[in-house]
Structure formats: C-alpha cells, structure tokens
Write a protein of this length. Structure first.
Length: 94
C-alpha cells in the first residue's frame, strides 16, 4: 500500500501491536500469542484469566508472562527487539 494511502487509512499512525505469551516453565513451551496495548494491559488480562480454571491459575509458580515482540499491522513484520519477561504469575496473587 502506498504511504499516502496508509496515512489516510490509519491517520498517519504506525500500527504496531505488542504481542504477549505465557511461558510454561515446566513444559518449556509458550501459549498462543495475544495482542495487548501495553505491558500493563497484558498483566491485567492475565489477572482476569487467573479467576478461571486454567493451568496457570492453578499453578502460577510454573508460569511467566512474556512480551515476545511487536507486530506491525501495516507491513506484516514481526520484531522481537522488545522481547522480555514481564512478570512471574505467582507475583500476581490469588
């Protein structure tokens, strides 16, 4: 898409989405990725999920929330420059 069209459709804003995943330390695998606006909103999303009967809610000491990168919705490119651990789930409390 031409840059002028991008500016019209998206108001000139670069459309990057932070992508997150929960890492299972025992299984050594990541859950499917999910988008959120910020690290804080990703933590809030996981806190909301902790009230459900999910493995990471039952065994929070085995899991960690990670930011795995950023997805650019305009180009389809994925960058892991921002990859970092966010929080151990057992730090979120019950």
């Amino acid at each position: 898409m031409h840059n002028l069209q991008n500016n019209i459709l998206f108001g000139g804003k670069k459309m990057k989405r932070a992508m997150f995943s929960v890492f299972d330390k025992k299984a050594e695998i990541y859950t499917p990725i999910f988008p959120e606006s910020t690290d804080g909103t990703a933590i809030r999303f996981i806190q909301d999920q902790m009230s459900k009967d999910l493995p990471f809610a039952r065994h929070p000491e085995d899991f960690r929330l990670d930011r795995i990168g950023d997805f650019d919705e305009l180009t389809g490119e994925f960058s892991q420059e921002t990859k970092k651990p966010i929080i151990e789930l057992d730090q979120l409390g019950a």
